[in-house]
Design a protein around this ligand. Structure first.
Ligand SMILES: *Cc1c(COP(=O)(O)O)cnc(C)c1O
Length: 427
């Protein structure tokens, strides 16, 4: 094996992928290319770019060098063929589904997803004529049973928000493969530091960059990473990728771009027409965040394991949902599929119910009461009195946001200080 063929480690990729010195100036850090447009060399160059015969920069709704650097880094970290960044995690979900779906078509998704995704899939996508069937991913027969001739994807979170439930990605990938449809995994809570879904058989990975990838609560962003492995031309179910595209003189994305088809389509049609573009400032902050992703995730996990174990042993706490606890029902799956840890987000149930939860939140000093997660700071939210307050107690329970439940996103402060704040706040 030559020196160059030696695969780089995760922490090296996190710092170097996509960040060659700037060709114009030699700037070692990726510059923020704060520009809307790029000058064409001549009329032929412009025509070739617009025909997708040559890759290059036209207009920053489509491509921007700072955003491209981030896309290259995310693709490398996830082991994908390409990535498209977008303006939020929710935008990334629409961008992932857009080439696959059409009126009358459906997707099959986990019934334990981030609340915002439940609303996006349960209600909003109906406006496009798409629909979603929510199933328990632990029930393989239910997943298979929900798939029909109009199903175009299975959607799951690697580690799910808010309960920290860990998904058996290889089992789901096998079901998706048998049905000839892609598996999409939201890897926001695990990040590629803890889980690489493409290596387990996923076709597409989506991210909210807003959370751990940036890591400090400064950015709203998203990304879709494509494995490059799905055969979009094997059936007539994915015409956006396999059939002639009228807006590009009948070009067929899969035939022309092969493993880069989904990524090219995402930029040339998705960003062009949906316009959910990430700005270069946000890409810069995320590139800076990713440089320390491996270090931060190791610390997030170490702190979460510590704090969860302390809470589980406390008599004021009824239950702790963290899959990384030694007595978690998911221990075998965690050992096999999530050996570097199960993230840093979990819920606790308090014996004192709703009133104990709101009193605890009111007494927090170090820990912030906010709706975000995946920040360097430890964050807490009582969903029943905030994000889920319009629901009945039964609906709150079904959504994993019961009145006695507080969600914690454990940060990278000193664990002893996080525990001291919780200890005092529990009263
Ligand atoms: C936050 C989040 C999203 C949505 O991301 P935004 O950047 O807020 O749009 C999607 N999935 C998961 C798991 C999340 O935590």
């Amino acid at each position: 094996m030559t020196e160059d063929a030696r695969p780089q480690g995760f922490d090296t990729i996190a710092i170097h992928a996509g960040s060659a010195p700037d060709p114009a100036t030699g700037a070692r850090q990726v510059p923020i290319y704060q520009t809307t447009a790029y000058q064409f060399r001549d009329a032929d160059h412009a025509a070739a770019l617009f025909n997708l015969q040559e890759a290059g920069y036209i207009y920053s709704r489509l491509t921007n060098p700072t955003v491209s650097a981030l896309q290259a880094r995310l693709a490398a970290l996830e082991g994908g063929a390409g990535a498209v960044c977008c303006s939020s995690g929710h935008a990334a979900q629409i961008m992932a589904l857009f080439p696959l779906m059409g009126p009358g078509l459906n997707l099959v998704a986990s019934n334990r997803l981030y609340g915002g995704t439940m609303t996006q899939f349960g209600q909003t996508i109906r406006r496009f004529g798409w629909s979603c069937r929510f199933v328990d991913l632990e029930d393989a027969d239910a997943v298979r049973g929900a798939i029909d001739a109009d199903t175009r994807a299975i959607f799951a979170e690697s580690i799910s928000n808010p309960g920290g439930y860990v998904t058996d990605i290889p089992a789901l990938a096998a079901i998706a493969d048998a049905a000839g449809i892609p598996l999409i995994v939201d890897n926001t809570l695990a990040t590629p530091a803890l889980c690489r879904p493409i290596g387990m058989g996923a076709t597409l990975v989506v991210h909210s960059l807003t959370k751990y990838l940036t890591g400090n609560g400064t950015v709203t962003g998203g990304a879709v990473i494509d494995s490059g492995r799905f055969d979009w031309s094997a059936s007539d179910r994915f015409p956006s990728l396999s059939a002639p595209e009228p807006a590009y003189h009948g070009l067929k994305f899969h035939e022309t771009f092969g493993p880069a088809a989904f990524t090219f389509h995402g930029i040339a049609v998705g960003l062009r027409d949906l316009g959910m573009t990430l700005n270069p400032q946000a890409a810069h902050y995320t590139l800076m965040g990713i440089e320390t992703l491996g270090l931060r995730m190791r610390r997030h996990v170490e702190n979460a394991e510590h704090v969860a174990a302390w809470l589980a042993a406390d008599p004021r706490v009824e239950a702790v949902s963290y899959a990384g606890l030694p007595d978690s029902p998911y221990q075998d799956r965690v050992r096999e599929l999530y050996p570097h840890g199960t993230g840093a987000l979990f819920t606790i149930r308090l014996k004192g119910g709703y009133d104990a939860c709101t009193a605890m939140i009111a007494r927090l000093k170090l820990i912030s009461h906010v709706a975000n997660l995946g920040d360097a700071r430890t964050l807490a939210i009582h969903s029943a009195s905030t994000t889920h307050r319009q629901l009945t107690p039964a609906q709150q329970e079904a959504a994993g946001a019961g009145p006695d439940m507080v969600r914690l996103s454990i940060g990278i402060e000193d664990a002893a200080d996080i525990i001291a704040d919780l200890d005092r706040a529990l009263g």
